[in-house]
Ligand binder design. Structure first.
Ligand code: IDP
Ligand code: MG
Length: 141
């Protein structure tokens, strides 16, 4: 298992002023933040990032939402970062997310669910490279 994952604080959470709370949640859960920045994606960027879902019925809703406002993108480090971060964020649908998870605490709905987390080491690497250049990433050595 790798020790890096990729996260997004999504536009609903940024709009609702949960960025600081989620940032604290990340640190309190033992992650080291390798890099972070506030961005606003274009529709084309959102479509590129979520290309894996292009045939899903919710693709248009998802890419409209993800390009609707500012979001914070982050690379996070911890042992088994991918699975550890998925535990901290909770189930995709906030109604099914466990108490104390970020999605349970801060999500708006199934589509607008506050945060993103990579689903594999391979995708974490691809997703970090999508948003960050090598020079932006503080190596954890
Ligand atoms: P994940 O974010 O928990 O990995 P995925 O299945 O990869 O969940 O879906 C990516 C994102 O697409 C979700 O986080 C959510 O924002 C959105 N999404 C997933 N399923 C639906 C749906 O049925 N309706 C609307 N949006 C959805
Ligand atoms: Mg996913």
């Amino acid at each position: 298992m790798g020790n890096t994952t990729f996260a997004i604080i999504k536009p609903d959470a940024v709009k609702n002023n949960y960025t600081g709370k989620i940032y604290n949640h990340i640190l309190d859960s033992g992650f080291d933040i390798l890099c972070a920045k506030l961005i606003k994606m274009t529709r084309a960027q959102a479509e590129g990032f979520y290309g894996i879902h292009k045939d899903k019925p919710f693709f248009k809703e998802l890419t409209t939402f993800m390009s609707s406002g500012k979001c914070m993108v982050l690379a996070l480090s911890k042992e088994s970062a991918v699975s550890e971060w998925r535990k901290v964020i909770g189930a995709t649908n906030p109604e099914e997310a466990e108490d104390g998870t970020i999605r349970k605490l801060y999500a708006t709905s199934l589509g607008e669910n506050a945060v993103h987390g990579s689903d594999s080491d391979e995708n974490a690497k691809i997703e970090i490279a999508f948003f960050f250049s090598d020079i932006e990433i503080i190596q954890n050595k």
